[in-house]
Write a protein that binds this ligand. Structure first.
Ligand code: NAD
Length: 501
């Protein structure tokens, strides 16, 4: 082998971003070193001191300026998200930009109330008072995936900033430009520059962030990487939230509205090219509606307009984001068809870039990889089930438990079934959208994650909960202080019998 060329060295230190629909190079960013990541965390820590000391209301006002930038510059953001991520402009707007405008608005309005000190009435120690107050953790490290390169890291960052923290984001190396654009908007809003930073790099830069002295880690990504992150955080006793993979089941009952269900499932499986952690990844259809449902799903899928999202035409679906993910999708489809499943729509790459046809597969069985392993692409596997009991058992027969869906015309039954499914979120008669409801908790059970983001408790988690206990009645001494005596023992015994009678 010859000596390493200058271009090779440059390439090794830099990450090239491409438009996945065309392969066009969009730009490149540095693969930052551990030392650079450490410096970013140190700068964020310094900036956080005065930020964390501001009243929550004042932080809200200032973060509001960033929200305003997002709203004002929405077209520019959507354009870049579509170009770098491959999704349609409609999805870039609704699932990323508008979602952040709404999440920021919600928490800006609510944070002063959520983070206000809370009195804890003491049921026994009536002579004392207690309250908790919420103190910023310090610097929050956010490690993000490529499927929602704007809404995931920026949503977490907005919450962390409102909670009074400094933030360092490590975006995916597949989609770094959009995170840098978020930083540009943040700076344009006139907020302290070092308080929110973006470090670009591959996996080792994420590991370096955990090692750089952060006080909290929010990781969103695969279960495999999540386990490494949990171990690294555990070693350093850094609390973390882990938002990991999913394999969302959809149970279709015999009494479901088949038209609405088919529309919901097609959107739920193919939105963002199926690269959603809560995408419909397996459908369990009651035998009474199975055939009609499959026909309708196939017909609707055939009408989807696919193309390069950076072109002006209106499209329903664009390109997948990452070449390796397309290969995984191909593997899953091939192994399902080899095992006897039936291809009903799609199944092929399309055009030059990473466009992959929305794919429907019926006659799937629970033992197939396509029903057991995350696909994270535009594939809807469908299996016929005998009854709802079988569907619930199959839905729960998974290591993952992020989201699930139930379709039925009977509202009571819908909730009853929903409560039996092992998932962080179960929706009845709809799919996907609760990530866009910031007041609701988001997170998984089993291997889909630990902790919850969004919701009041998600915001509180970004603070230390500190407890103050103070005296309401100043007595000379408390009953339980030294010296102990037999008399006191007998009295306490009587008192206990009276209290716990
Ligand atoms: P990934 O795990 O490969 O990477 C996620 C991030 O971790 C990237 O920024 C990567 O550079 C970084 N990373 C890699 N190795 C690391 C290490 N050792 N230490 C620290 N950081 C490291 O995931 P991905 O392919 O980018 O995203 C797809 C996955 O994310 C899917 O499994 C999907 O289900 C999941 N996801 C989950 C949610 C959720 O809310 N639960 C949301 C979106 C995506």
């Amino acid at each position: 082998m010859g000596a390493l060329q200058r271009e090779d060295i440059e390439r090794k230190d830099r990450i090239v971003s491409r438009n996945p629909a065309t392969g066009e190079v969009l730009g490149d960013v540095p693969d930052q070193s551990a030392a650079e990541v450490k410096q970013a965390v140190a700068r964020a820590r310094e900036a956080q001191r005065s930020w964390g000391a501001l009243p929550v209301k004042e932080r809200c006002t200032r973060v509001g300026r960033f929200r305003d930038q997002v709203v004002r510059r929405a077209p520019e953001l959507c354009e870049l998200i579509a170009r770098e991520g491959g999704k349609t402009r409609a999805e870039a707007l609704s699932m990323e930009v508008m979602l952040i405008a709404d999440l920021a608005t919600y928490f800006i309005k609510r944070a002063p109330k959520i983070l206000a000190p809370e009195t804890i009435p003491l049921h026994l120690l009536k002579n004392r008072g207690s309250y908790v107050h919420y103190v910023p953790r310090g610097v929050v490290g956010i490690i993000a995936p490529w499927n929602f390169p704007f809404s995931i890291p920026v949503g977490e960052a907005v919450m962390a900033l409102l909670a009074g923290n400094g933030v360092v984001v490590k975006p995916s190396d597949v989609t770094p430009l959009i995170a840098l654009k978020a930083k540009e908007l943040y700076d344009a809003a006139g907020l302290p520059p070092d308080l929110f930073q973006v470090v670009t790099g591959r996996g080792p830069a994420g590991a370096a962030l955990i090692d750089a002295g952060i006080d909290y880690c929010i990781f969103t990504g695969s279960t495999t990487t999540g386990k490494k992150v949990a171990a690294a955080c555990g070693e350093r006793l850094i609390p973390c939230t882990l938002e990991l993979g999913g394999k969302a089941p959809a149970i279709v009952c015999a009494d479901a509205d088949v038209d609405r269900t088919a529309r919901a499932l097609v959107w739920g499986a193919f939105a963002n090219q199926g690269q959603v952690c809560v995408s419909v990844e397996r459908v369990y259809a009651h035998q009474a509606v199975h055939d009609e449902l499959v026909e309708k799903i196939v017909a609707l899928t055939g009408k989807l307009r696919q193309g390069d999202p950076s072109q002006a035409e209106t499209l329903d679906t664009g390109a997948m984001t990452w070449d390796r993910q397309v290969e995984i999708v191909e593997e899953r489809i091939k192994s399902a068809l080899d095992a006897g499943a039936r291809l009903r729509a799609g199944g092929q790459r399309r055009g030059q870039g990473l466009q992959f046809q929305p794919t429907v597969i019926s006659e799937c069985r629970q033992d197939m990889d396509v029903m057991r392993k995350e696909i994270f692409g535009p594939v809807m596997p469908i299996m016929k089930v005998r009854d709802e009991e079988e569907a619930v058992a199959l839905a729960n027969d998974s290591q993952l438990g992020l989201a699930a869906y139930v379709f039925t015309d009977d509202k009571q039954k819908g909730r009853r079934l929903a409560e039996r499914i092992e998932a962080g979120t179960v929706m009845v008669n709809d799919v996907l959208i609760t990530y866009g409801a910031p007041e609701t908790p988001w997170g998984g059970v089993k291997q889909s994650g630990i902790g919850r983001t969004h919701s009041d408790s998600g915001l509180k988690d970004l603070c230390q909960t500190r407890h103050v206990n103070y005296d309401r009645l100043a007595l000379k001494r408390e009953l339980w202080w030294y010296p102990y005596s037999d008399k006191l023992y007998q009295q306490t015994l009587k008192l206990m019998k009276w209290i716990f009678r």
